[in-house]
Write a protein that binds this ligand. Structure first.
Ligand code: GLN
Length: 488
């Protein structure tokens, strides 16, 4: 049986669009029809605008008939996490604070997708202000995992993963501050890439923790991720941390770069708390690389035990500063009960923010306050340097690292929402990468006996995404996981 349009890849669909076998209108209608059926169960979207998507598709078809196609993404429906600005569209960060906010301008990644002809389809659900690991912190209700609707698709970019896995988009963008692309990709059986800090512009991304945030793609295949990255990467003078670097043709590069590579297995990533089925699937993947002639070395990242503490100090400190702008005055929710200006600040923030956001603002303000700054924030910054040094030391010996993405497969909705610490522990294998500013991706490496996807994490060297994608491609080519779809 042939694969329905909504489950095909960017690479496959762009070939059919180019040959005239299908039109963008046809494809977009198929995706919209799928979204209409699936969305009540999955809740991947905060909003979508069918007329707008169809108008973009018609424009793409019109371009193509006059021979002015804009490349592999032209006419393909792409969903964006609801923290990425699209001019004239709602932008909520899944928060009551921004429930009625309409974005006045395009993010740089949005401009780039538009210039590539993508059909921008929908605003995708996430944890409020990208804080969380399950989308349960969304003010508009959680997204559900298409592989098992009683479970989380992960977070914070859970909607981006759930929409793609269920066929309501052909590719999506998310943001990753501590694992928010890779963990949902792992939970939903997708490829998810967090680029090197500075490779993709953050202009127009709602800031959570600015020294950690990066935008990146979710895709069905490594090749699709390479196509997406090639479009969104590149220097942007509007983001002061954007790096001036040459953007290679990732899609072409992954076809030419062949191993064998030297791969490091960090021993700290296989300890207590790792689910045995996840551990076994990752060991098997390591075995695969070995069978391909790769040299496998055990390496040590000795400061791994401090990653969680360091992350939750730095991320909350930056969040407390970034979220100070939501004061009820300039934009966003304003309390109707307020009597004076201080009251406006206090009531608007009390009403507009959810519990997790408040918890992080309080924690972040505390670690930055005088008397505690040196003991917490300054010390965390020093430990962050040591964490980065661990990785750079490992890269003297190996080309890339191989680990589980998440210690556990998708957990039940409600299972951890009452226990913030248990939720934070989900991020142990992903946050080190953000603290060190490195690129990393998650790709499917099997299923549990209960049918839940398992993710393999590959961690690369700064700005060497082409190598990272090539290592992933070698695994993907030899396995069938990408051909599996949820039964939904
Ligand atoms: N789960 C982590 C957190 O809650 C990471 C979130 C993210 O990457 N945006 O902060």
């Amino acid at each position: 049986m042939s694969v329905p349009l909504h489950f095909q890849t960017v690479a496959e669909l762009s070939a059919q669009l180019a040959s005239g076998k299908i039109s963008s209108c046809e494809l977009t209608r198929a995706v919209l029809a799928r979204t209409r059926v699936i969305e009540p169960q999955v809740h991947a979207f905060n909003s979508f605008d069918e007329a707008d998507s169809l108008a973009q598709a018609a424009a793409s078809d019109a371009r193509r008939t006059t021979g002015r196609s804009l490349g592999p993404l032209d006419g393909i429906p792409v969903g964006l996490k609801d923290v990425i600005s699209v001019a004239g569209q709602p932008l909520t960060a899944s928060s009551k604070m921004l429930a009625n906010f309409v974005s006045p301008y395009d993010a740089t990644v949005t401009e780039k997708l538009k210039a590539a002809g993508a059909v921008l389809h929908g605003r995708l659900n996430c944890d409020e202000f990208a804080m969380g690991s399950s989308t349960e912190n969304s003010a508009f209700g959680p997204a559900h995992n298409p592989w098992d609707l009683t479970r989380t698709p992960g977070g914070s970019s859970g909607g981006s993963a759930a929409a793609l896995a269920s066929g309501s988009a052909i590719a999506t963008l998310g943001s990753d501050t501590g694992g928010s692309i890779r963990q949902p990709a792992a939970f939903c059986g997708l490829v998810g890439l967090k680029p090197t800090y500075g490779l993709v512009s953050r202009y127009g991304l709602i800031a959570y923790a600015s020294s950690l945030d990066q935008i990146g793609p979710f895709a069905r295949t490594v090749e699709d991720a390479a196509i997406m990255l090639g479009i969104i990467a590149g220097h942007d003078p509007r983001d002061s941390t954007s790096f001036k670097t040459q953007v290679p043709d990732y899609r072409a590069e992954i076809k030419t770069r062949r191993g064998p590579w030297k791969l490091g297995v960090p021993k700290e990533y296989f300890g207590a708390g790792l689910d045995p089925e996840v551990g076994a699937a990752v060991e098997k993947a390591v075995g695969f690389y070995k069978s391909q002639g790769c040299e496998i070395r055990e390496v040590s990242l000795p400061h791994t035990q401090y990653c969680l503490d360091t992350y939750y100090i730095i991320a909350t400190a930056e969040a407390s500063s970034n979220l100070a702008r939501y004061d009820g005055i300039r934009y966003g929710h304003r309390s109707k009960e307020a009597k004076d200006v201080l009251d406006v600040y206090q009531k608007s923030r009390a009403e507009g923010f959810g519990d997790e956001v408040k918890r992080r603002i309080i924690l972040g303000t505390y670690v930055l306050s005088s008397g505690y700054y040196d003991a917490f924030y300054l010390r965390a910054q020093k430990v962050r340097t040591l964490i980065r040094r661990d990785f750079l030391n490992a890269y003297r010996e190996v080309d890339a690292l191989i680990t589980p993405t998440s210690p556990i497969p998708a957990f039940k909705l409600g299972e951890k929402s009452a226990d913030p610490l248990a939720m934070y522990l989900c991020d142990v294998y992903t946050i080190g990468v953000n603290l060190a500013g490195l690129p990393a991706l998650s790709l499917p490496c099997g299923f549990t006996a209960g049918g839940l996807p398992i993710g393999l994490q590959l961690i690369g060297q700064p700005f060497r995404e082409a190598d990272l994608l090539a290592v992933a491609q070698a695994y993907e080519e030899a396995h069938e996981w990408k051909l599996k779809y949820p039964a939904l």
